[in-house]
Design a protein around this ligand. Structure first.
Ligand code: NOJ
Length: 541
């Protein structure tokens, strides 16, 4: 299926391009920039929530599921954007927030005002706020509890995120019906699928941690059945920030499938851990712990996204270590994570950036790239919450980085925009932008990298990671020096009589790029942070 081998791009409409000079990005602006997205070589776009919202959680608090936020334009603009993306062969996946609404949603407004309203039962209420004590608090830095007392309602309501995001009551079949109506509405407009927000939390049950409950899975199976019957070829992507074995049930079974794609959360912090330690163990361990997928399913891999770099799926010790290493300023921490952008996390070191991308783009899964990371955009830790990583896209060195003509933009443009912008990087073949295009082109031209099986290759050095991806007789040997030091590999690691082409250095072979030590026995010398994708010449297959 298309999504199994696709590369995705995470698009934040507010940040991308302002077409009407109000200081906020919109769909018309994003249409102007579709050529840029297409030029990267991606296949699909995920757009962050575009619905009307009071923006207490940047749109993850929806007040109308059938509309478009007025800042972003109209439903017509949305449709024009969708059609324009489709004309370029780009699929478009939208966010769907199933778990909660905004407290400004008319359902909640009706529910809190009247116990007898049919909407009362759309939410989860309590007289005491004492139920479900085993459910953890997710927004630890701001929320004291998952229950909040509402004066108007005279009761507590349940919420897993901000208090302005009351959870819907999935024990009420009406809520299912509403969600099905909403999903059909957008599918009928032609969207290619949904990234479903916060799926583990749909149901609550006493005596559990209220995550991954069987009832939740049954609802999700119903959603998938509807999609399979009415909208085949669309995709359902799960945001379930869990261990691999707990995510597996979200793919369902061949008899009762759920999601086509699930984010692989635990691999992400381990890529950063491995790079900082110069040790492949965290990557090898988590991939060994990742169960095989049912047919037709895929992982979605990522380095960064619009949230903090989450450290929920590491041990406490590892979390402390990651904070020590990656948050020299305590303001860089948020909840159980790190609120920094990719290039800053990598000390703006292009060697690390290239290595990490080569690695991430050669792992099993459908990769997704966060807007701005294609040019190594920076962040702004002065801004609260996760906004420091959601600043305007940097197009050129003109006013507001070419994002907007307005006097003031929704968030300030990063100070580095005169050096770091798309226009500047277009001209430089070694820019982040052009390197990413090259990596994506190379990946796209190698079926083994897109869908091959992964087999570890022993290197005898914990700093040197190697594996093959194999697909229908074709293989690519992926080899990375994760450390900032020169490392050596035994001379017989690669048979020198066999010319292996280095896809990361076109026109060159492995032998051209790796120094052979003159001492005996011969050894191959790998430069700090070196990356290789080695393959036999295609015609030799
Ligand atoms: C996950 C989203 O990625 C995040 O931005 C949001 O705050 C929560 N879900 C709540 O919807």
């Amino acid at each position: 299926m298309w999504y199994q081998t696709a590369v995705f791009y995470e698009l934040y409409i507010r940040a991308y391009k302002d077409s009407n000079g109000d200081g906020r990005g919109d769909f018309r602006g994003a249409i102007e920039k579709l050529d840029h997205i297409q030029s990267l070589g991606v296949n699909a776009i995920w757009i962050l929530p575009h619905y009307p919202s009071p923006l207490q959680d940047d749109g993850y608090d929806i007040s109308d599921y059938y509309g478009v936020h007025p800042d972003y334009g109209s439903l017509d603009d949305f449709q024009t954007f969708l059609d324009a993306a489709h004309q370029r062969g780009l699929k478009v996946v939208i966010d769907i927030v199933l778990n909660h609404t905004s407290d400004q949603h008319p359902w909640f407004q009706a529910a809190r005002r009247d116990k007898k309203s049919p909407y009362r039962d759309y939410y989860v209420w309590s007289d005491t706020g004492a139920e479900y004590p085993d459910a953890r608090i997710i927004f630890l830095d701001t929320e004291p509890a998952n229950w909040t007392y509402d004066e108007l309602a005279g009761q507590y309501y349940w919420h897993r995120f901000y208090a302005s995001q009351p959870d819907l009551n999935y024990d009420n079949p009406q809520v299912h019906a509403e969600m099905f109506r909403i999903m059909r509405f957008w599918l009928d407009l032609g969207v290619d699928g949904f990234r479903a927000d916060a799926v583990p939390y749909l149901y609550e049950r006493e005596g559990t941690n209220c995550e991954n409950l069987p009832e939740t899975h049954r609802f999700l199976q119903k959603v998938r059945r509807m999609m399979d019957v009415e909208y085949p070829d669309r995709v359902l992507i799960a945001e379930a920030n869990q261990w691999p074995e707990d995510v597996l049930p979200y793919f369902g079974t061949p008899a009762a499938p759920e999601f086509h794609v699930c984010f692989h959360f635990p691999i992400m912090p381990r890529l950063f851990m491995a790079l900082k330690k110069g040790d492949k163990t965290p990557i090898v361990d988590i991939l060994n712990r990742t169960p095989p997928l049912p047919p037709g399913a895929q992982w979605m891999t990522f380095l960064r996204n619009h949230d903090e770099l989450t450290l929920e799926m590491v041990t406490e010790e590892e979390r402390e270590w990651m904070w020590q290493q990656y948050t020299p300023d305590p303001r860089m921490r948020l909840n159980l994570g790190i609120r920094r952008r990719l290039a800053s996390l990598l000390d703006n070191d292009k060697r690390k950036w290239f290595l990490l991308h080569a690695l991430f783009l050669s792992l099993p899964g459908a990769p997704i790239i966060y807007y701005g990371d294609e040019i190594g955009m920076g962040d702004n830790i002065q801004l609260p919450d996760r906004y420091g990583c959601r600043t305007p896209m940097q197009w050129d060195d003109g006013r507001n980085a070419g994002f907007s003509h307005a006097a003031e933009t929704y968030l300030p443009v990063n100070a580095d925009y005169q050096q770091i912008n798309v226009a500047e990087q277009e001209a430089d073949p070694d820019s982040y932008l052009n390197l990413l295009r090259f990596l994506l082109r190379t990946r796209q031209s190698e079926a083994a990298l897109r869908q091959g099986d992964l087999d570890w290759v022993e290197t005898g050095d914990t700093a040197v990671l190697a594996y093959t991806r194999r697909w229908q007789g074709r293989w690519v040997l992926c080899l990375y020096n994760l450390s900032g030091e020169t490392r050596t590999l035994p001379g017989d690691f690669i048979n020198a009589s066999q010319p292996l082409h280095d896809l990361l250095h076109p026109g060159q072979t492995w032998q051209d790029n790796v120094r052979v030590c003159s001492n005996e026995p011969r050894e191959w010398e790998l430069a700090p942070f070196a990356a290789f994708w080695l393959a036999k010449e295609k015609s030799a297959d």
